[in-house]
Ligand binder design. Structure first.
Ligand code: NAD
Ligand code: IPM
Ligand code: MN
Length: 356
């Protein structure tokens, strides 16, 4: 008999629908552990959120990152809510985790799941966006100048380091190689961004030489956004800077039927720090408290977490249970044309897991 393996998961439900989808995600993980046996999860919920900010004047305690680091993996719901400016809530919680835990790869699969209908014509949508997650346009540097004068101006800087750019582009090529794919598409904008993206293109050209079997392409981000809609079937791996990858993946998730579908893995490939998994969507204040948030993006993010923890069977079980529920077409939330609640979707996924 194999020993029980326990995994410690730190939960950051955050704000709005983040709380609902993480609660349902925990139920699904517990069902998986019950079903497969031999594993268990210990969950530790951290209440850091905009509500926490309003009570404590900060998004997390001073030693928050130290507390958070003590786990096998992190599951995040969403951060940000009216009442706290977004640049404060995100810059004090989500973004420091990505940077300080060196989660420099943000993996975002864009794959049309069975039973879901894309708003665009193509039915072959199956690619990944490898988003740079630690620097670039998100470096947070800049200044407000000559405030409250007619000459007022602001500067928002971007930092693209050789190390940061090389490692994300190399990761994209290696991902392609590992998964038997033969194309990497780089998102650029070197026609207008004459420093950052010229540099990005130079590094892309250097790295691609090391992967002669993989076809490399590049497109300006504006043209690429159009290409997503017109020819998604021609995409396999897209590598993008922090901001470009952010925008492209909300577009990508919408192509799958809803912003509530796509998952996001903030990965530290060297495993010096825990990785963090989350749906790509935000706290959705417009539907918060209504119990109708789509939990599929969170379940898919959990599946990515299980894979990263080496739990391939659990990953496969969750993905197939989730896909079967979607394919049946009976239980789904309003954003994808149904009338079910968040909890009804989890109940259906759990029942499917138990039936196996
Ligand atoms: P959002 O993703 O929260 O919502 C955009 C639209 O999509 C809304 O109409 C919302 O109802 C809908 N939607 C999102 N997720 C859904 C789901 N699971 N099921 C059904 N419908 C869903 O984006 P926003 O409105 O730009 O941002 C709201 C807040 O969330 C802001 O504070 C923002 O900064 C924050 N945010 C946080 C994260 C994160 O923590 N990872 C990501 C994006 C936005
Ligand atoms: C995401 C979100 C975040 C980002 C925001 C909330 C800072 O949009 O995870 O996609 O831009 O990375
Ligand atoms: Mn985003």
């Amino acid at each position: 008999m194999t020993a029980n393996r326990n995994f410690k998961i730190n939960l950051l439900p955050g704000d709005g629908i983040g709380v609902d989808v993480v609660r349902e995600g925990v139920r699904v993980m517990e069902a998986l552990a019950r079903k497969t046996g031999g594993i268990s999860f210990s969950f530790n919920t951290l209440p850091w959120s905009c509500e926490y900010y309003l009570n404590h004047g900060r998004m997390m305690p001073a030693d928050g990152l130290k507390i958070l680091a003590d786990c096998d993996s992190i599951l995040l719901g969403a951060v940000g809510f009216p009442g706290v400016p977004d640049h404060i809530s995100l810059r004090e919680l989500l973004l420091p985790i990505r940077v300080e835990f060196d989660q420099y790869v943000n993996m975002r699969p864009i794959k049309l799941l069975p039973g879901l209908e894309s708003p665009i014509k193509s039915d072959k949508i199956d690619f990944v966006v490898v988003r740079e997650n630690s620097e670039g346009e998100y470096c947070g540097r800049g200044s407000f100048n000559k405030q409250e004068t007619p000459e007022e101006y602001t500067i928002q800087e971007s930092i693209f380091t050789r190390k940061g750019t090389e490692r994300i582009i190399r990761y994209a090529f290696e991902y392609a190689e590992r998964n038997g794919l033969n194309q990497v598409m780089s998102a650029t904008k070197s026609n207008a961004l004459n420093y950052s993206m010229v540099f990005w293109d130079k590094i892309f050209a250097e790295i691609q030489k090391q992967f002669p079997k993989i076809q490399s392409r590049q497109m300006h981000i504006d043209a690429l956004a159009g290409f997503f809609i017109m020819h998604p079937e021609r995409l396999q791996v897209v590598v993008a800077s922090n901001l470009f990858g952010d925008i492209l993946t909300d577009l990508g998730s919408a192509m799958l039927g809803s912003i509530g579908i796509s998952p996001s893995g903030n990965i530290n490939p060297e495993r010096r720090f825990p990785s963090m998994f989350e749906p790509i969507h935000g706290s959705a204040p417009d539907i918060a408290g209504k119990g109708i948030a789509n939990p599929i993006g969170t379940f898919w993010a959990i599946a990515m977490m299980l894979e990263q923890l080496g739990l391939s069977d659990e990953n496969a079980l969750l993905m197939s249970a989730m896909c079967d529920v979607l394919a049946e077409g009976k239980i789904r939330t309003p954003d994808i044309g149904g009338s079910s609640t968040t909890t009804e979707v989890s109940d259906a996924v759990i029942a499917m897991i138990e039936k196996r």
